[in-house]
Design a protein around this ligand. Structure first.
Ligand SMILES: NC(=O)c1ccc[n+]([C@@H]2O[C@H](COP(=O)([O-])OP(=O)(O)OC[C@H]3O[C@@H](n4cnc5c(N)ncnc54)[C@H](OP(=O)(O)O)[C@@H]3O)[C@@H](O)[C@H]2O)c1
Length: 267
């Protein structure tokens, strides 16, 4: 039975992946910062904060001690962020990048020696369709996910000789707790950005509420990738329009795409 480690297994996409893989006979370990809140979890939930280096080291040691191997690492833990770039608080930006980018790098660094030793492994980074497009008032989030996308591309080539596969999944909007836990780094009603930011903020929340997909779609894709001998570099999952936006960006001249985005974002 394959051993899977998912960061952020208490909620949303991570919980759905963990439940699905457990049902399909994988040995699953997930993380949460507060296991006492999730006593009914269907899989092992280990206390771990992705922003704390010692937590990550203990987490990997714990799973290796128990199972002797980690076949699949899913870098899923992450948080959302909104705010005009000029007005966003630098501490908030640092927190976002620690969780969405530096944390995943730290885990990858700790897991790779074990995967190299076992001469196999799969790393799946959960990024975002927002990582392909610099979205207004979500630029900090978009750039954290974009950074993880590009890191995936580089890492794949570096570890291919060790039979370690690396890929990423970019979800569109999914119904999870992401909106409730998001950092909204902006409360300045006097700001020149306030009106437009607030309009975009409301539209963003209603997109997730109204058209957010079920995280089971991501879980099924993860299952498919685990059973694929040679995973692709990038996977996208979401509505047709969300996936199509990336194709549009690729084929349209930059300025035309920007005009569409401005219209869509009601700016
Ligand atoms: N939902 C969407 O529309 C969407 C779209 C694109 C990409 N994504 C990405 O999908 C991933 C999962 O998000 P979700 O939508 O499922 O959100 P969610 O329901 O809020 O779940 C977030 C998970 O991340 C964990 N987490 C957050 N900060 C952490 C930290 N410092 N250390 C360890 N774990 C931490 C949480 O665990 P605890 O709080 O229990 O510690 C929780 O399990 C994220 O990377 C997100 O960016 C989501």
């Amino acid at each position: 039975m394959k051993v899977v480690l998912i960061t952020g297994g208490s909620s949303g996409i991570g919980k759905s992946i963990g439940d699905f893989l457990t049902q399909h006979n994988f040995i699953v370990y997930g993380t949460t910062r507060d296991p006492s809140k999730y006593l009914d979890s269907k899989f092992n939930l280990i206390k771990s904060d992705i922003n704390k280096r010692n937590d990550i080291i203990s987490l990997i040691n714990y799973v290796i001690e128990k199972e002797n191997r980690i076949d699949v690492l899913i870098n899923n833990a992450g948080i959302g962020f909104t705010g005009p770039i000029e007005d966003s608080n630098l501490d908030d930006i640092e927190k976002l990048f620690n969780t969405n980018f530096f944390g995943p790098i730290q885990i990858i660094k700790c897991v790779l020696p074990h995967m190299r030793f076992q001469k196999s492994g799969l790393i799946i980074n959960i990024t975002s369709i927002a990582g392909y497009i610099g979205l207004p008032y979500r630029g900090i989030y978009s750039s954290s996910k974009s950074a993880l996308e590009v890191l995936t591309e580089a890492l794949r080539m570096e570890v291919k000789d060790f039979n370690i596969k690396v890929t990423n999944i970019a979800p569109g909007d999914f119904k999870t707790s992401i909106v409730n836990r998001r950092i909204d780094s902006f409360d300045n009603k006097e700001s020149v950005y306030f009106e437009k930011y607030y309009r975009t903020w409301k539209a963003m929340n209603s997109h997730v509420e109204k058209s957010g997909s079920d995280p089971i779609l991501v879980s099924k894709l993860v299952y498919k990738i685990i059973n694929t001998p040679n995973p692709k570099i990038h996977y996208k999952v979401g509505t047709f329009f969300q996936k199509f936006s990336i194709i549009l960006k690729r084929i349209l001249p930059d300025l035309i795409f920007e005009k569409i985005l401005i219209k869509y974002s009601k700016l």
